[in-house]
Design a protein around this ligand. Structure first.
Ligand code: AMP
Length: 416
């Protein structure tokens, strides 16, 4: 039996990283543009969750200690190429100053790389940290336009990408800029994400159980197929399970169904059989008459057999027998990767399945990796985040990385 504290510190076998990291660069006296993911949730100008900011601290501190001049940049929200006051990164600079215990100067420049940014970058001393305005205030950013990429590159000597959550997007600040600098590297956060996610799928300690949930099968087609090849057991819950149940020939009532993906689900079940992998689906389902409106409204629920969902009922969570079934699979695993809720967890009556999976992950000896998005919110709201081996900072990025084993933001960085 492994001691609890040991378990949380466990890592999968490291996957080989070819990219240069911040340990491979000489930052002294150099201007270093660090692309972070400061896309934090805000309410009325107040940051409601600063995890993405704290996650960036190790890289920033390392560069400060090495005597670099650190120019931070990030996007926030979807301003669609215009300056939107509520999406300014100014509050992030304040929080960063507190966390670093040194001033982080915010460059209030809606052009991001305009005169103010240039002047500030030119005047920096070793150890100084500045933060540029939201990169998506520039319409060129999401188009990966070479002009904005060059402007970003002109501010610095070295480019570091530490924004895992945005590494699946080929934008100026995540990909384009790297082409115009002499040296580039990834930061510690990116490195950690790649080591955990890459290690889990490349050389997993077995049995390796992957759990996928969420609403849309279509978005997870690629990752379902890849994970089937790598894991020993693939568990499917959430709204996407009903297309699989339909593909088995059962009725799913009013539950979420993607008619266009029934054939694909059939193929995946065939693939699992051929590869000798277990594909586990819910055996019972929590149903209600309709989708709750508003989403957290009180709702009357019943439990039914997953193969007998009444025509006038909608499956909105896994049922109690399935919770046990899934928890049992996790209990015997050595590596568990989880992405996506088991039901409409935003509603207290429909969160039991997601909570049961989260709890099962805290009670296993396995390396536990939670891959972004809603499953991370669930784990955090329960206070379980520090009981997982790794909680990814990227939802879409972690899925895409698991599927392709690389991301545009990683490819753009120089290799060693
Ligand atoms: P995704 O963005 O695909 O990861 O899906 C996340 C969303 O799936 C959450 O907002 C859940 O409320 C929703 N969801 C999970 N299970 C179901 C279900 N059985 N029916 C409808 N929506 C669901």
């Amino acid at each position: 039996m492994i001691m609890q504290t040991e378990r949380y510190e466990r890592k999968p076998k490291m996957c080989k990283l070819n990219q240069k990291t911040v340990d491979d660069i000489n930052a002294k006296d150099k201007r270093i543009l660090v692309r972070c993911d400061f896309n934090v949730p805000m309410k009325d100008g107040v940051i409601t969750d600063d995890n993405r900011i704290t996650a960036a601290i190790p890289t920033i501190k390392k560069l400060i200690n090495d005597g670099g001049k650190i120019i931070l940049c990030s996007h926030m929200g979807k301003p669609k190429g215009k300056a939107v006051a509520e999406l300014s990164l100014a509050p992030v600079a304040i929080r960063l100053s507190e966390l670093l215990e040194q001033e982080v100067t915010f460059i209030s420049d809606i052009n991001v790389t305009g005169k103010r940014a240039k002047d500030a970058a030119a005047a920096m001393k070793p150890g100084d940290v500045i933060l540029l305005e939201n990169t998506r205030f520039r319409a060129e950013e999401e188009k990966n336009d070479p002009n904005f990429s060059k402007e970003l590159a002109d501010l610095c000597d070295i480019y570091v990408n530490d924004a895992f959550g945005t590494a699946h997007r080929a934008h100026c600040s995540t990909v384009g800029v790297a082409e115009y600098v002499e040296e580039s590297a990834i930061g510690y956060l990116m490195k950690k994400e790649l080591e955990y996610l890459g290690g889990a799928v490349e050389e997993p300690e077995r049995p390796f159980v992957a759990i996928l949930g969420g609403a849309k099968v279509a978005e997870k087609l690629g990752v379902i197929s890849t994970l089937l090849e790598e894991c020993d057991t693939l568990i499917i819950g959430g709204g996407m399970a009903y297309t699989f149940i339909k593909a088995q020939g059962h009725e799913v009532g009013k539950s979420l169904l993607d008619e266009t993906k029934i054939e694909y689900c059939r193929e995946m079940m065939e693939k699992a059989k051929k590869l000798g992998k277990e594909l586990v689906l819910p055996v019972d389902t929590t149903v209600a008459e309709d989708f709750p409106s508003p989403i957290d409204a009180h709702i009357d629920i019943e439990y039914v057999d997953s193969h007998n969902i009444p025509r006038n009922r909608m499956g909105l969570d896994i049922g109690p027998k399935t919770m046990e079934l899934f928890a049992d699979a996790v209990k015997h695993a050595k590596t568990v990767l989880w992405n996506g809720p088991m039901g409409v967890f935003e509603n207290p009556e429909l969160s039991a399945g997601t909570l049961a999976v989260a709890k099962a992950l805290t009670e296993t000896d396995a390396i536990t990796i939670v891959g972004g998005g809603d499953s991370v919110s669930a784990v955090k709201s329960l206070g379980y985040a520090d009981k997982m081996s790794h909680v990814s900072t990227g939802g879409g990025a972690s899925l895409e990385f698991l599927e392709n084993r690389t991301l545009p933001g990683i490819e753009a960085v120089q290799t060693k």
